[in-house]
Write a protein that binds this ligand. Sequence first.
Ligand code: FES
Length: 140
Amino acid sequence: MSSADIYRETILDYYRNPRNFGKMDNPDVDARDSNPLCGDEVEMQVRVGPGSTIEEIKFVGKGCAISVASASMLTELAKGKRLEWVKELSKDDVLRMLGNPELGPSRIKCALLGMKVLKSGVYGYLGAHYDDPDALGSTR
Ligand code: FES
Protein backbone atom coordinates (compact mmCIF):
# COMPACT_ATOMS: atom_id res chain seq x y z
CA MET A 1 0.00 0.00 0.00
CA SER A 2 1.44 3.40 -0.96
CA SER A 3 1.48 6.27 1.49
CA ALA A 4 -1.17 8.01 -0.67
CA ASP A 5 -3.40 4.94 -0.21
CA ILE A 6 -2.82 4.99 3.54
CA TYR A 7 -3.82 8.64 3.75
CA ARG A 8 -6.87 7.98 1.58
CA GLU A 9 -7.89 5.16 3.92
CA THR A 10 -7.30 7.41 6.93
CA ILE A 11 -9.50 10.15 5.44
CA LEU A 12 -12.28 7.64 4.76
CA ASP A 13 -11.97 6.29 8.29
CA TYR A 14 -12.34 9.78 9.80
CA TYR A 15 -15.30 10.41 7.49
CA ARG A 16 -17.08 7.21 8.53
CA ASN A 17 -16.13 7.44 12.22
CA PRO A 18 -15.56 11.11 12.90
CA ARG A 19 -13.74 11.73 16.17
CA ASN A 20 -15.09 14.46 18.48
CA PHE A 21 -18.36 14.59 16.55
CA GLY A 22 -21.27 16.09 18.47
CA LYS A 23 -22.26 19.14 20.46
CA MET A 24 -21.50 20.31 23.98
CA ASP A 25 -23.49 22.33 26.51
CA ASN A 26 -22.48 25.96 27.04
CA PRO A 27 -19.36 26.13 24.86
CA ASP A 28 -17.09 29.16 25.14
CA VAL A 29 -16.61 29.20 21.37
CA ASP A 30 -19.36 28.31 18.94
CA ALA A 31 -18.95 29.06 15.26
CA ARG A 32 -20.30 27.78 12.04
CA ASP A 33 -19.72 28.49 8.40
CA SER A 34 -20.29 26.92 5.04
CA ASN A 35 -18.32 26.14 1.95
CA PRO A 36 -19.67 28.71 -0.52
CA LEU A 37 -19.16 26.33 -3.43
CA CYS A 38 -21.49 23.60 -2.16
CA GLY A 39 -23.32 25.00 0.89
CA ASP A 40 -22.02 22.28 3.22
CA GLU A 41 -21.71 23.49 6.81
CA VAL A 42 -19.43 22.82 9.74
CA GLU A 43 -19.94 23.99 13.32
CA MET A 44 -17.12 23.94 15.86
CA GLN A 45 -17.45 24.30 19.62
CA VAL A 46 -14.67 24.77 22.14
CA ARG A 47 -14.51 24.76 25.90
CA VAL A 48 -11.62 26.99 26.95
CA GLY A 49 -9.54 25.74 29.86
CA PRO A 50 -6.81 27.15 32.11
CA GLY A 51 -4.12 29.11 30.31
CA SER A 52 -6.40 29.72 27.34
CA THR A 53 -6.13 26.15 26.19
CA ILE A 54 -8.58 24.13 24.17
CA GLU A 55 -9.88 21.86 26.91
CA GLU A 56 -12.62 20.28 24.85
CA ILE A 57 -13.55 20.59 21.21
CA LYS A 58 -16.40 19.18 19.16
CA PHE A 59 -17.79 19.61 15.70
CA VAL A 60 -20.89 18.78 13.71
CA GLY A 61 -21.66 19.20 10.08
CA LYS A 62 -22.32 17.49 6.86
CA GLY A 63 -20.09 17.53 3.89
CA CYS A 64 -17.83 15.49 1.73
CA ALA A 65 -15.28 13.02 3.06
CA ILE A 66 -12.43 15.50 2.92
CA SER A 67 -14.29 18.25 4.80
CA VAL A 68 -15.53 15.94 7.56
CA ALA A 69 -12.19 14.15 7.92
CA SER A 70 -10.30 17.42 7.98
CA ALA A 71 -12.57 18.95 10.64
CA SER A 72 -12.35 15.80 12.74
CA MET A 73 -8.56 15.51 12.49
CA LEU A 74 -8.29 19.17 13.34
CA THR A 75 -10.24 18.67 16.58
CA GLU A 76 -7.78 15.98 17.60
CA LEU A 77 -4.81 18.15 16.72
CA ALA A 78 -6.24 21.20 18.51
CA LYS A 79 -7.12 19.53 21.81
CA GLY A 80 -4.85 20.81 24.57
CA LYS A 81 -3.33 23.55 22.40
CA ARG A 82 -3.49 27.22 23.30
CA LEU A 83 -5.96 29.46 21.47
CA GLU A 84 -2.98 31.34 20.07
CA TRP A 85 -2.02 28.14 18.22
CA VAL A 86 -5.24 28.41 16.20
CA LYS A 87 -4.22 31.89 15.06
CA GLU A 88 -0.97 30.48 13.70
CA LEU A 89 -2.60 27.54 11.95
CA SER A 90 -2.10 27.68 8.17
CA LYS A 91 -3.43 26.07 5.04
CA ASP A 92 -0.15 24.16 4.75
CA ASP A 93 -0.57 22.76 8.28
CA VAL A 94 -4.01 21.40 7.38
CA LEU A 95 -2.87 19.93 4.07
CA ARG A 96 0.10 18.31 5.84
CA MET A 97 -2.27 16.87 8.43
CA LEU A 98 -4.25 15.29 5.57
CA GLY A 99 -1.09 13.83 4.02
CA ASN A 100 -0.66 16.49 1.33
CA PRO A 101 -3.24 15.02 -1.05
CA GLU A 102 -3.47 16.35 -4.60
CA LEU A 103 -6.49 18.63 -4.41
CA GLY A 104 -7.98 21.05 -6.91
CA PRO A 105 -9.02 24.52 -5.78
CA SER A 106 -12.60 23.51 -4.94
CA ARG A 107 -11.47 20.51 -2.90
CA ILE A 108 -9.00 22.71 -1.04
CA LYS A 109 -11.98 24.76 0.14
CA CYS A 110 -13.48 21.51 1.48
CA ALA A 111 -10.23 20.67 3.28
CA LEU A 112 -9.97 24.12 4.85
CA LEU A 113 -13.60 24.53 5.97
CA GLY A 114 -13.00 23.23 9.51
CA MET A 115 -9.97 25.49 9.98
CA LYS A 116 -11.92 28.50 8.71
CA VAL A 117 -14.70 27.87 11.23
CA LEU A 118 -12.34 27.23 14.13
CA LYS A 119 -10.35 30.38 13.36
CA SER A 120 -13.45 32.55 13.13
CA GLY A 121 -14.73 31.20 16.45
CA VAL A 122 -11.42 31.65 18.23
CA TYR A 123 -10.89 35.15 16.84
CA GLY A 124 -14.37 36.07 18.02
CA TYR A 125 -13.66 34.71 21.48
CA LEU A 126 -10.28 36.42 21.77
CA GLY A 127 -11.77 39.69 20.53
CA ALA A 128 -14.56 39.51 23.11
CA HIS A 129 -12.08 38.81 25.95
CA TYR A 130 -9.06 40.85 24.93
CA ASP A 131 -9.26 43.11 27.99
CA ASP A 132 -10.31 40.39 30.42
CA PRO A 133 -7.48 37.93 31.04
CA ASP A 134 -9.47 36.13 33.73
CA ALA A 135 -12.04 35.20 31.13
CA LEU A 136 -9.45 33.50 28.96
CA GLY A 137 -10.12 30.20 30.61
CA SER A 138 -7.98 30.71 33.69
CA THR A 139 -10.95 30.66 36.04
CA ARG A 140 -12.06 27.12 35.25
FE1 FES B 1 -19.11 20.38 0.27
FE2 FES B 1 -16.70 19.35 0.17
S1 FES B 1 -18.23 19.20 -1.34
S2 FES B 1 -17.51 20.57 1.72
